[in-house]
Design a protein around this ligand. Sequence first.
Ligand SMILES: Nc1ncnc2c1ncn2[C@@H]1O[C@H](COS(=O)(=O)NC(=O)[C@@H](N)CS)[C@@H](O)[C@H]1O
Ligand SMILES: [Zn+2]
Length: 478
Amino acid sequence: MEEQEGTLPQKADFSGWYNDILWRAEIMDVRYPVKGLYVWFPFGFGIRKRVYGILRELLDRDHEETLFPLLIPEPEFMKEAEHIKGFEEEVYWVTHGGTSPLDIKLALRPTSETAIYPMYALWVRSHADLPIKVYQIVNTFRYETKHTRPLIRLREITSFKEAHTVHATWNEAENQVEDAIARYQEFYDRLNIPVLISKRPDWDKFPGADYTIAVDTIMPDGRTLQIGTVHHLGDHFSKTFSIQYEDTKGQQQYCHQTCYGISERSIAALISMHGDDRGLMLPPEVAPVQIVIVPVIMKKREEEVMQAAELLEKELQNAGYRVKIDNRDLRPGAKYYYWEMRGVPLRLEVGPRDLDNGVVMGVLRSGGKESLPRANIISEVCRKMTEYTAALQTRAETHIKDHLFIAKEESMVNEIVSKGVAAVHWCGNRECADRLEEIADASVLGTEVRTDLIDQSAGNCIICGKPGSVVTLIGRSY
Ligand SMILES: Nc1ncnc2c1ncn2[C@@H]1O[C@H](COS(=O)(=O)NC(=O)[C@@H](N)CS)[C@@H](O)[C@H]1O
Ligand SMILES: [Zn+2]
């Protein structure tokens, strides 16, 4: 990629920073000639590969991965009324095969319920076939009319992980919902991304679901980003698609289902959460390059330094690290800038003086310079990576604390949501929510909030004063 001119905007100008870093750190090329469709640069794809590698590791404990077709025949897509209402404005249609019009037009999956569930009706016969826990990681298509944005709001969602499970009872499906939430919490913990988990209000649940639990994070500009959702589908879809099993008494029963999804928004959150004015800051587990070695070339001892650097690279590679030596003909400062932009956790500098003293200079991307004894460099690097990950985790924890505020009265809400998420008491009726959303110019994110950061005891509705109201999150979202 051609060297980029200019400098990365300050992170305080988050929108400018975010757009700029996507190409300056070679994540996504936004120049593709279709609105809402973007191209992964190989470096960005290296991050995606490792992020989704963690997701697969967590799901593969007790799910099976598979693949369903992209194209959905109109009759199947149009079967579930609420689902259609929720997606009819967003679905793309294929109407021709070559020059001949298709007798049945085909939807590009916006999500795959109506592709998968007719097949589940064939797969499920008896109690013994349950539970089914299957997921796929595919591209899906949604004709988003709101402002599209790379990794945040795409028309082709390139990395849509969707899990679809089938159970004998509503309660078993509810247990699966809880299990999925725990898995998502574990996934975001591994990425050091702090999340707020809450139950979406009824008018904002997934079309066709009984209820939706959402995983939100707070972006640097205080707006929330929904980075995962878990839906309890009850028996809505099983009745529509006749997914039934014969129970132990020989009775035909409708199944109960869940589905839960994560997209490349997880990567938008990863970039935004940890990045700073110098670029990305990646957790070691997902960094395409974990360590960069920069040899400090002094004319007379160049040969010796390069040999030492190559030996060090070998040793670290054998220890399992993703290492690169940067021996380009560039000033050291230009090299530091280049790799800091790409979020490399640890830089090791090797110069003649370091050789004489038997040390290697270690510089963590999260800050801090320390000369490390060359003799036990492997354990030293491991120690530094642990220190680095702890720094990311601390930033994550303070980030939520710094952006979540209790609002005791209406007048406080507007100020709070301009820089974070407000926690208020809400009686649960729609009029109060509408009034609240109007005052705050924000939306009700959810109730039954899973966090120990705020006192969850009931209080008086912030709008109508009704006692026994529940703690509710209000925020401005992407
Ligand atoms: N246009 C979009 N661009 C990027 N990510 C999106 C987009 N629309 C939704 N998402 C992400 O995809 C997740 C799942 O989408 S969803 O509509 O909530 N749920 C489903 O589609 C269910 N079938 C679960 S798989 C959302 O939580 C959100 O994080
Ligand atoms: Zn009220």
